[in-house]
Structures are given as structure tokens and as C-alpha cells.
Design a protein around this ligand. Structure first.
Ligand code: ARG
Length: 579
């Protein structure tokens, strides 16, 4: 149990000893620090329930809490708030507990098995900034869920079916018409295909431009796509090989983003479950314009939820069929408690349809929770979706280059060569991830490269810089053989403020998990780092003459360093030793 929860439970016990029952004590940070450190806000509600004066209840509770040595002051204010200040004894207890084990101030949850679907890159197409958001948010949620004690199975759900297959293959056919896959009477084994990711990066846009200009070409694209859906031997073999090449490139980008997938499955894998899905859906499907659809609307819908198309009029599968197939397979193989999807908010209606259809047909039992955690758009300074200077789509690789150029300018001059390159890479990823996770998941934000790369303020570089400084202080203390074990004494003021920040760690993690958004974690990281930095600027830890204060401060540095490292790791941000 976290120290925060321990102290909250103590307060709850006081209420119940006095005969007041509460589900949960509303114990929160005081908005105005001059009033107290934390505040209890329950007396007003209890007053209604027990028909008493709120101040009277507050006084009763306060007089009991005053006996507790962990509080240095307990005061009733306003219409029944209780404002509390923690005593040094409490701060030292918290600090020493966290020094022993960080998890003494983190609450584990009842473990769940969660399938997490994020990333969602499309084979043979460049990753764009939206795929990056899915990777950043998804990976952080994966790590957070694991940190809090859950079992997570992550799956990239590769977009390896659909129009891009027809596009790339139609292009290949023009460039290399003699390849065996294009020969009608070819009998032998198909070879490997000699294409690079650069080739693929060029071919898709070329084909897509050509198809936009010629209906004939578009028709060819559709035909190839449909043939692969129907399992044409030659084209399927060719496409699978192209997907494999593309996956290597995609994987490299995900590695750069520190993103880990337990499963590297895709839409193609889901096709094998088409018949299983149709069997489960059978009595719910009807024909509409030749397609097979299922109604998913409900009586109390505020807006129209159209039927979901499960099979297209030409009999082929679509995105939805593949998601349903994937759900079938996930339920069969993993029996998860929850399945989470992380995509942009334009897919919200789609997932609503998929979830409703799955519950209605029993494809997914009601005991399994399905959640779509959508995110907003990354915009340019004009407030419109982020574009390149010439108005083209912002591919992820371009964005990474842009940020790298900017963070490199702010690096120390004496870091050179390969090391410079590696550190610039770490800074780039930290800059992007922190900026991407700082706003609430659902909101759009403006991508401001120079602001995000600053060494001050709410930025990735500021946090990395802060941890480097803490680490160096700890190293110097070790070199100077300054012993530090238990924290024994506080000066009060700035050092206590840092410990006070440490107290709220479990609450921050709980909220982030509930909201499936890392914004509070990012804010907290900044608060913790800057309160530590303020303390650090005012005190000379290594030359402090009071040995027991010095011990406490080193312990404090170590715990803050460990908490920040843990949280950065949760955001999938890796820190360099210097910068
Ligand atoms: N490939 C899709 C896209 O680029 C995202 C996939 C999301 N996951 C899913 N199970 N549909 O939009």
C-alpha cells in the first residue's frame, strides 16, 4: 500500500471511529499552500448525511487528528474544510520508505489481462505523425499498465491489406513486367523479391498519383487488391514478401520510438477467421446493396449510428471484417479482460460500431471490456494539420529529422562524433515524446519544434538535463565517499516541498491510468524536477556541514532521481549521461 493510501486510511479510520462512514476520503493537495499541505473535503457531504453542522464534524475529526505525530498542524477552515500540515516525522518516514523501495509509494491494482492494439502502421506506406502518436501513447499506456501490475499483450495490428497492395504491385508491374509473379504460366517456386524500403517509399506515392489521374489505373489497383483478398497464389506470395520487407523498415522506426510489440500480427492474419466471424454473425446479418451488414443502433442513440458493413458487395473483406477476425482470434487465444485500441479520433464511430456488433453477436462477451482511446491531431502553427513546408503530408521521418536538427544546436560543443549522434537521437525522441504526451490525449496540439527543444520549461530536454545533474551530484558524493543511508533531519521549507511532491506519486499514476492519458505524469515530472531544482539552487549539498542534513539531501536526490527515471521510462524516454 502506498504511503499516501496509508495516511488516507488513517484518516478514514478516524471518521469511522467517530461514527461517520465514508467510501473514500477526499484527501487532496491544498490549492493555496499558505493554508496547508493537504486538505480533507468530506465534512460538508457528511453534514448533509448526518444532519449536523459541517464545522462540528470537522472539529471532532481535527481534534483526533491532532494526536497524530505525522501532522504538525490541523485546522478547521471555512464551512468545514480541514487543512493539514505534515510534520518532519512524516516526511522522513515517506522518504526512507521510498529509498528502501520505490513501490512503497505506488499502489498495485487487481491484475488484469489486457490486449493493447496500437501502432497500426500500414505496410508499404510511410508512417505519418498520427502513427507516431499511437505509438507514443500506446507504448506509455503499455508500460503504465505493467507498472501497476497488469499483464499486457501488445499488438501492432499492421495494416497489410487494402489499397496499398494494389498500388505498389501495379507500380511494380510497370517497372519490372518480367517478374515471375506476373507470368500467367509460371510453374516454379517464387524467388525473393529484390526491393528496398526506399523503393517502396517511392513506389506508393507514384502509383497513387497515377491512379488519381487515370480511372483505368485505379481499376487495375482495385482488381489486384481484390485478387489478393481472394487468395490469388502469385499475387499473395508477392505481396507477403513486400510486406516482410516493409515490416523491417517499420520495425526500425518503432525501435527508434522505444516501442515494443509482443505480437507483430496484421490484417492479413485476421482473414483466416473470416468464416468464424460469419458463423457467429450469421443470424444478425442482412443484405444491403449487395453487401452484408449488421444493425448496431440503439434506441437511445443521440446521433445516428449506421449499420456496419461486414462483407463488401463483391464478397471481399474490409477493414472491419479484419478487425472482427482479430477480435475472434484474441478472444480464443487470450481470453483478455480488456482490449484497448489507440487510434486517432476519426475512427471513433467505427470502433463504436465494431464494439456494438461484437457484443450484440456474442463475438465478445460482456465481461470483456472494449475501449477506444482516441487522440487528437498534431497541428502546425497555423492551427491546421501539420504539413511540410511545401504543403505535403508530414511523414514521421521528416519530423524526427526536424527535431534532431533543433536539439543538436543546443548540445554541448565538446560532444562529438558517434557519441554526439547517439545523444542527439536520445534527445530527439525525448523531445518528441514529452511534447506528445504533455497535452491530454484527446486534444489537438501545435507542434512547435523550437519550444519543445528548449532546455527550460515543460520539455523533454529540461527533464533529461535535470536528471543528468542529479546523477552527477550522486556520483560526486560517492567519489567523495560521503555516506548516506537513512534520512534523519530536514531543514524545512524547500526540501520538505520536494518530499511533499513525492507523496502524490500514486495519485498521479492512478489518474493517468483511469484517463488513459499521460498528461498528468508529464506535468508531475515537471513539478517534481523543478521543485527539486529550486531546492538544489538554494543549498550546497556537497559542502553542507550538518552531516545529518547532508544525508537527508542525498537521500532526497536519490529518490527524486529514481522516481523521475521510473516515470521517464514509463513514457519510453531514455536519458543520456550528458548532453
Ligand atoms: N492501420 C490503421 C490506420 O492507419 C490503424 C489500425 C488501428 N487498429 C485497429 N485494430 N483497427 O489507420
Amino acid at each position: 500500500m502506498s504511503v499516501l493510501k496509508e495516511i488516507t486510511t488513517t484518516i478514514q479510520d478516524v471518521f469511522s471511529t467517530l461514527g461517520y462512514s465514508l467510501d473514500k476520503v477526499n484527501f487532496v493537495r491544498c490549492q493555496r499552500s499558505e493554508l496547508g499541505d493537504y486538505q480533507i473535503n468530506d465534512c460538508m457531504a457528511l453534514a448533509k448525511k448526518y444532519r449536523k453542522n459541517p464545522r462540528e464534524i470537522a472539529e471532532e475529526v481535527a481534534s483526533k487528528l491532532k494526536e497524530n505525530p505525522y501532522f504538525s498542524s490541523v485546522e478547521v477552515a471555512g464551512c468545514g474544510f480541514i487543512n493539514l500540515r505534515f510534520a518532519d516525522a512524516f516526511y522522513l518516514y515517506l522518504l526512507n520508505s521510498m529509498r528502501e523501495d520505490l513501490f512503497s509509494n505506488i499502489d498495485k491494482m487487481d491484475a488484469k489481462k489486457i490486449v493493447l492494439d496500437y501502432g497500426g502502421a500500414n505496410a508499404a506506406k510511410a508512417l505519418h505523425v498520427g502513427h507516431m502518436r499511437s505509438a507514443n501513447i500506446g507504448e506509455a499506456l503499455r508500460r503504465l499498465a505493467i507498472l501497476l501490475g497488469n499483464e499486457v499483450i501488445s499488438d501492432v495490428h499492421l495494416g497489410d491489406m487494402g489499397r496499398q497492395a494494389g498500388m505498389v504491385i501495379s507500380q511494380l508491374k510497370r517497372e519490372q513486367p518480367d517478374l515471375p509473379w506476373f507470368q500467367k504460366d509460371y510453374q516454379g517456386e517464387y524467388p525473393e523479391i529484390a526491393l528496398t524500403n526506399e523503393d517502396l517509399g517511392r513506389m506508393y506515392p507514384e502509383a497513387s498519383k497515377a491512379a488519381a489521374e487515370s480511372e483505368e489505373r485505379m481499376q487495375e489497383v482495385r482488381e489486384i487488391t481484390a485478387m489478393i483478398d481472394q487468395g490469388d497464389v502469385a499475387l499473395t506470395d508477392l505481396w507477403k514478401k513486400i510486406v516482410r520487407i516493409s515490416s523491417v523498415g517499420i520495425q526500425k522506426t518503432y525501435d527508434r520510438l522505444q516501442t515494443h510489440f509482443d505480437l507483430w500480427e496484421g490484417e492479413m492474419d485476421a482473414c483466416q477467421y473470416k468464416d468464424d466471424v460469419l458463423k457467429v454473425f450469421d443470424r444478425f446479418l442482412y443484405e444491403s446493396d449487395g453487401a452484408l451488414v449488421i444493425d448496431v443502433e440503439k434506441e437511445d442513440d443521440a446521433k445516428e449510428i449506421p449499420p456496419l458493413i461486414v462483407i463488401k458487395s463483391d464478397g471481399s473483406t474490409i477493414y472491419a471484417t479484419r478487425d472482427l477476425g482479430t477480435l475472434y482470434s484474441r478472444m480464443e487465444r487470450f481470453h483478455p479482460d480488456e482490449i484497448w485500441y489507440v487510434t486517432d479520433d476519426r475512427q471513433s464511430l467505427y470502433f463504436e460500431q465494431i464494439f456494438r456488433a461484437s457484443y450484440k453477436t456474442g463475438l465478445v462477451p460482456s465481461s470483456t471490456f472494449l475501449g477506444h482511446y482516441s487522440f487528437g491531431t498534431i497541428n502546425g502553427s497555423d492551427g491546421r494539420p501539420f504539413k511540410t513546408r511545401d504543403g505535403g503530408v508530414m511523414e514521421l521521418s521528416m519530423l524526427l529529422d526536424l527535431v534532431k536538427e533543433e536539439v543538436s544546436k543546443r548540445m554541448r560543443e565538446d560532444i562529438v562524433g558517434r557519441e554526439r549522434e547517439e545523444i542527439a537521437e536520445d534527445l530527439t525522441i525525448a523531445t518528441i515524446k514529452y511534447a506528445d504526451l504533455l497535452p491530454f490525449r484527446g486534444t489537438d496540439y501545435i507542434f512547435d519544434v523550437s519550444k519543445f527543444s528548449e532546455l527550460e520549461g515543460k520539455t523533454g530536454p529540461y527533464l533529461l538535463y535535470s536528471t543528468i545533474r542529479m546523477k552527477s551530484l550522486l556520483n560526486r558524493a560517492e567519489d567523495a565517499q560521503i555516506p548516506f543511508s537513512l534520512a534523519l533531519e530536514l531543514k524545512g521549507g524547500l526540501d520538505s516541498k520536494v518530499v511533499l511532491e513525492l507523496l502524490s506519486l500514486p495519485l498521479v499514476l492512478e489518474h493517468a491510468y483511469q484517463e488513459k492519458s499521460l498528461n498528468e505524469v508529464c506535468e508531475y515530472l515537471y513539478r517534481l524536477a523543478s521543485s527539486y531544482n529550486t531546492f538544489y539552487a538554494e543549498n550546497h549539498i556537497l559542502t553542507e556541514e550538518n552531516a545529518s542534513l547532508q544525508k537527508t539531501w542525498l537521500t532526497l536526490t536519490k529518490v527524486v532521481y529514481d522516481v523521475i527515471s521510473l516515470l521517464l521510462d514509463t513514457l519510453a524516454i531514455k536519458g543520456p549521461e550528458k548532453m
